[in-house]
Ligand binder design. Structure first.
Ligand code: PGA
Length: 257
């Protein structure tokens, strides 16, 4: 099987922008990413999904939610199911983001359940993994990231892996302006690919898109995206500025994977 990886640049807007602002931001991004040769996705708050789906019409931009519950329906006040997302036309969901793990009690096990539900509903998953600073300093980054990846993929078949994108996001680099070096990013992305190869095979591992995330911006994107095992980016802060986000998309297009 040949390597078919294509860059995926995804914005993670987090808890920013109301529906009206979401429309404006997407309308500003649209013309700037018209020539993109990579996949472009915007991850918006739940209440912005309708506006975002409307605004991306006529473009190739995909829309992601930032979480989903693992049950199809029921007594889960405040939650949103994967089926609800697909019923709207949403194509992607970000799962296991470190902010969900840190502030909202997500664990490797609940992430695994969310991944299962999202795949069953037909979504493509952007699965986030990454170590805390203390873990990096103790030299256990590899173990932590391999464990997160293995547990999250626990019920995922080889066929379903084509709907899994992995985002390596060192927690110490998120929103801090402290980016991993290109070499650090590549090293861990390569390790994640190794882990996937050990679970499935190299044929499939070679085709999984693995993004880097954590203070990626217009200035450092080209170097990070030039790394052989970095296949895109999950971008927080810089995804809220159309020109910066477009510059990252352009860097991916130029890098040409
Ligand atoms: P950042 O966020 O680009 O603002 O560091 C990345 C993320 O949390 O996905």
């Amino acid at each position: 099987m040949s390597v078919m990886r294509k860059y995926v640049i995804a914005g993670n807007w987090k808890m920013n922008k109301n529906p009206q602002e979401a429309t404006q931001l997407i309308e500003a991004i649209k013309p700037l990413v018209k020539e993109a040769a990579c996949d472009v996705v915007v991850g918006v708050p739940f209440v912005d999904l309708t506006a975002a789906l409307e605004a991306v019409k006529g473009s190739k931009i995909g829309v992601a939610a930032q979480n989903c519950h693992w049950e199809k329906s029921g007594a889960y006040t405040g939650e949103i199911s994967a089926d609800m997302l697909t019923s709207m036309g949403v194509g992607y969901v970000i799962l296991g983001h470190s902010e969900r793990r840190t502030y909202f009690g997500d664990t490797d096990v609940t992430v695994q359940k969310r991944v299962r539900a999202a795949l069953d509903a037909g979504l493509t998953v952007i699965l986030c993994v990454g170590e805390y600073l203390e873990q990096r300093e103790q030299g256990v980054t590899g173990e932590v990231v391999a464990m997160q990846t293995k547990i999250a993929l626990g019920s995922v078949s080889q066929e379903e892996l084509s709907r899994i994108i992995i985002a390596y996001e060192p927690v110490w680099a998120i929103g801090t302006g402290r980016t991993a070096t290109a070499q650090q990013a590549n090293e861990v992305c390569a390790l994640i690919r190794d882990t996937i190869a050990s679970l499935y095979s190299w044929d499939v591992a070679d085709n999984v898109v693995i993004q880097y995330g954590g203070s990626m911006n217009a200035g450092n994107a080209a170097e990070l995206l030039a790394q052989p095992d970095v296949d895109g980016g999950l971008i927080g802060g810089a995804s809220l500025t159309p020109q910066d986000f477009a510059t990252i998309v352009e860097a991916a297009t130029k890098a040409g994977k």
